[in-house]
Write a protein that binds this ligand. Structure first.
Ligand code: PD2
Ligand code: ZN
Length: 282
């Protein structure tokens, strides 16, 4: 393959056809193109242009930007994700925050809660010095992690999120479900790993930094439980099926992505969080 001209040439067309005719998988072809200098997005575009019938699995979609970013340009009100309409309720540039309406159906929310419920334990947070986890008073919820792709429901949600945020499934952590009882909260924090902490180096070996967060609301608490962004005085109400997304291109407070879960005043609160990494997370 011509490795310097990253254009869709006749040479590229025949090379792509030969690879796929020889039984190479689309993700191997994309990996080869990236090795020879193509950007992930350009390689994917070329593959789709030359071989429109080839199915490129969502888990190998190479991102076209350094952080996840939904296609919300030009004031789009609804994003169609494989036939599922997701409403765009709010967008903010700095910090980058997008609020989605109806990302999950009521049935998906209920089913996710039931899959998570038997496995809940008191939430732990990463100990800065060592990278290990421990119970922390700043986070008074119960929680659990799903493995990526662990059930058909998890796969469906992960694929939808990957397409919505243009970020490969494999570049995300397993879904975390949290359950807050009345009075429980998650004090303001950043989701990226602080480079100044000695445990961070070990954590980053697996998938690099976190670069984005999607908090999906699985029920509507009676009162309280908003997700707060104190740097910009923004409170996002927890509404069943909605989801708030924010991204951070560096692990720095000037991303203004400090955020917390306000205390639940009445009722309980269920959320599922998807953290997105800068590389494949295995
Ligand atoms: O439950 C929330 O609103 C919340 C707030 C802050 C969740 C997270 N952070 C998280 O899971 O990182
Ligand atoms: Zn958080």
């Amino acid at each position: 393959m011509n490795t310097y001209a990253h254009q869709i040439t006749d040479e590229l067309r025949s090379w792509l056809r030969a690879q796929l005719d020889a039984g190479c998988r689309p993700d191997d072809v994309l990996a080869a193109m990236r090795t020879s200098g193509w950007s992930g997005a350009a390689a994917l575009h070329a593959l789709r242009e030359v071989m429109p019938d080839v199915e490129v699995p969502v888990e190998v979609l190479p991102p076209g930007s350094p952080v996840p970013e939904p296609a919300v340009g030009d004031g789009v009100a609804v994003i169609d994700v494989d036939g599922h309409p997701v409403r765009v309720l709010l967008t903010m540039k700095s910090p980058r925050v997008v609020l989605f309406g109806g990302l999950l159906t009521d049935e998906e929310c209920d089913a996710l809660v039931e899959e998570a419920r038997p496995r809940l334990a008191r939430s732990e947070t990463v100990v800065n010095a060592t990278g290990a986890s421990e119970v922390n008073a700043a986070r008074t919820s119960d929680g659990m992690f799903f493995l990526r792709g662990e059930s058909p429901l998890i796969q469906r949600i992960e694929n939808r999120v990957a397409k919505l945020l243009a970020w490969p499934v494999k570049w995300g952590e397993g879904l975390q479900v949290l359950h807050y009882r009345p009075g429980a909260e998650y004090k303001p924090h950043h989701d990226y790993f602080d480079p100044a902490h000695s445990g961070t180096e070990a954590v980053l070996k697996r998938g690099g930094q976190r670069v984005g967060t999607l908090v999906m609301y699985l029920n509507t608490p009676e009162r309280g439980g908003a997700t707060t962004f104190p740097d910009v005085a923004l409170d996002v109400a927890a509404i069943k099926g909605n989801a708030v997304f924010f991204s951070y291109d560096k692990p720095h407070v000037n991303t203004r992505t400090l955020h917390g879960g306000a205390p639940v005043v009445a009722g309980t609160k269920w959320v599922a969080t998807k953290w997105l990494r800068e590389r494949e997370f295995n």
